[in-house]
Design a protein around this ligand. Structure first.
Ligand code: MN
Length: 152
């Protein structure tokens, strides 16, 4: 079952976050970054892919310009409806804190491999080609680096 991990962490009678729903794959792929003031402030990058939102938690503000690399920790897939979620996750629930949309738009995928993703983001804050590369930061299997691709 898809989104199993997402569902197992949440009690939908207590949180207003969206329950899973499957959307047909369309042409306009969703790109969104949510600023999440949880125990630790982070930015959640989400990219629509195969009917779900592939998700990474970025501990520092995602870079609008070249030359800055950010750690991005892959987390569980989220339902498409999460892209428009803003609000407060109650105390005691997973990810408790406030969620606001920091940037949104669409993206196209140039390369999507197990260890490397290249995307063209059309957002308001982020624009242009971005790279996600798997790394072995502190031995973690979920660590990626996110950075804006050099234009030349
Ligand atoms: Mn989060």
């Amino acid at each position: 079952m898809i989104l199993e991990e997402y569902m197992s962490k949440r009690d939908f009678t207590k949180t207003s976050e969206p329950e899973p729903e499957i959307k047909e794959a369309g042409k306009n792929l969703i790109y969104v970054i949510q600023k999440h003031q949880a125990r630790n402030l982070h930015w959640d990058l989400r990219l629509e892919r195969e009917g779900v939102l592939k998700s990474w938690a970025v501990p520092k503000e995602p870079p609008a310009r070249e030359g800055v690399k950010r750690l991005a920790v892959a987390v569980e897939d989220h339902p498409i409806g999460y892209a428009s979620f803003e609000g407060t996750i109650p105390e005691g629930e997973y990810g408790a804190g406030t969620v606001e949309i920091w940037d949104k738009g669409s993206y196209t995928s140039e390369k999507w491999k197990e260890n490397e993703i290249i995307i063209d983001i059309q957002g308001e804050k982020l624009n242009g080609k971005y790279v996600l590369i798997k790394t072995r930061f502190k031995g973690s299997k979920n660590s990626w680096l996110l950075f804006k691709k050099k234009s030349k």
